[in-house]
Design a protein around this ligand. Structure first.
Ligand SMILES: *Cc1c(COP(=O)(O)O)cnc(C)c1O
Length: 399
């Protein structure tokens, strides 16, 4: 037996994995499970992007590139940020990594000393606290309330800031809740962090997956003076259905970007050369694919959320962005299954739905919100309808 490090031992495997793995196993046994677990678009990457990567391979882009991405890609990112945020960045303020998850990891590894704190509003993406802990930091959870649309409360935020606070993570639109911090809310957060040394890590991976004409709000739009205190994290995975390509990026203060590149130079080196070429096409080529995908997500969102709200014991806010519904299922807690087991939390409900209804949902507890479950609508309308009617049958059996 290899004796593992404390670091390896304390790292939690993705808590959402258990249900997903079980659903997968059932499917492999020929059981018709309807999956709402997907954390990625179900669309194929648009073909003009694929063609660019194939062309790049044929043209001989098979060597190392600069560690933090090619100059051409950095330039494409700078242009896209100009277009979407109206912000100007220089090439030494941009770094390209192997997915936005890797971008976040490089940031935490570059800013945290043992015991340093990072404030994370709940509900949160499961990897934030784990990555902070992996970098020897301490995740500090900022509780929010569903009644307030999961908005971080500026007073509660202020109360959590200590001399050890290094950063706060903002993820708007949010995975898992689909909520977005509006301009007024963003301004209040900006007012709290202004004048402190707290870095704002703005995970904007869903910034173009917004519905009903809602406009994305960056903290730098409402508080441009925070520029030296904000790092923007973004990528192509969600916007262009490119999860497998593994390209994400950061834009921020040069000192941080330089540290991230030094770290990357001793770990992964550059992100894949021909994937970088595909990303240039994604960011600078025809953007109509994004609108088309958002249009399809919008129809599914309405179908799923309306259907959920019609189920007994379940209420669901209309998500503003991303592709997840985050229904509150606590009205079902306390009830009994036909087998006599009690539904007590998001895990037991998810377990019951999987076994009885053959519907896979992700428990909210690992996202910091046990009253909810996460249901992705990155799946077809037929599956959504079928899943909803199966849930209705299973919920009717509870007493
Ligand atoms: C999917 C996701 C990411 C990471 O995406 P990559 O595929 O690593 O680029 C980061 N943050 C959130 C909130 C996500 O949902």
């Amino acid at each position: 037996m290899v004796k593992l490090s404390q670091r390896a031992n304390k790292l939690q495997p993705s808590a959402t994995l258990a249900i997903t793995a079980k659903a997968k196993k059932m499917r492999s046994e020929g059981i018709d499970v309807i999956g709402f677990g997907a954390g990625e678009p179900d669309f194929a990457t648009p073909s003009h992007i694929i063609d660019a990567a194939i062309g790049s391979l044929r043209a001989g882009d098979t060597h190392y590139t600069p560690v933090g991405g090619t100059a051409e890609l950095k330039n494409a990112i700078i242009q896209s940020i100009k277009r979407d945020y109206d912000l100007d960045y220089a090439s030494n303020e941009v770094t390209v990594n192997c997915g936005a998850k890797h971008t976040l990891y490089n940031i935490f590894m570059s800013i945290l000393d043992p015991g340093d704190e990072v404030i994370i509003p709940a509900p949160y993406w499961v990897s934030y606290p784990e990555q902070v802990a992996l970098a020897d930091g301490v995740p500090v959870i900022l509780e929010t309330s569903e009644a307030d649309g999961f908005m971080p409360d500026p007073e509660k935020l202020a109360a959590l800031i200590t001399p050890r606070t290094k950063a706060i993570v903002l993820n708007s639109p949010s995975n898992p809740s689909g909520s977005m911090i509006d301009a007024a809310g963003m301004k209040k957060i900006a007012d709290v962090v202004a004048g402190t040394d707290v870095l704002v890590i703005s995970d904007d991976i869903y910034h173009r997956l917004l519905y009903d004409g809602t406009k994305f709000v960056s903290i730098l739009e409402v508080a441009p003076s925070l520029r030296d205190q904000v790092v923007i994290v973004n990528g192509v995975s969600k916007t262009y259905a490119m999860t497998g390509w593994r390209i994400g990026y950061a834009l921020g203060p040069q000192s941080l970007i330089g540290a991230m590149e030094k770290l990357q130079g001793q770990s992964t080196s550059n992100p894949t050369s021909f994937a970088q070429k595909g990303v240039i096409e994604a960011l600078t080529g025809d953007q109509s694919c994004v609108g088309e995908m958002v249009g399809i997500f919008a129809r599914r969102r309405a179908l799923l959320v309306d259907g959920l709200n019609a189920l007994p014991g379940i209420t669901c806010r209309m998500p503003v962005g991303a592709f997840y519904a985050f229904p509150n299922v606590s009205g079902v807690y306390g009830s009994k299954t036909p087998a006599g087991a009690r539904i007590t939390d998001s895990f037991s409900l998810a377990g019951y739905l999987l076994e009885d209804a053959l519907v896979a949902v992700v428990p909210g507890a690992p996202f910091g919100s046990d009253a909810n479950v996460r249901m992705s609508y990155a799946t077809g309308e037929e599956a959504i309808e079928k899943g909803l009617s199966r849930m209705a049958v299973a919920l009717a059996k509870l007493s």
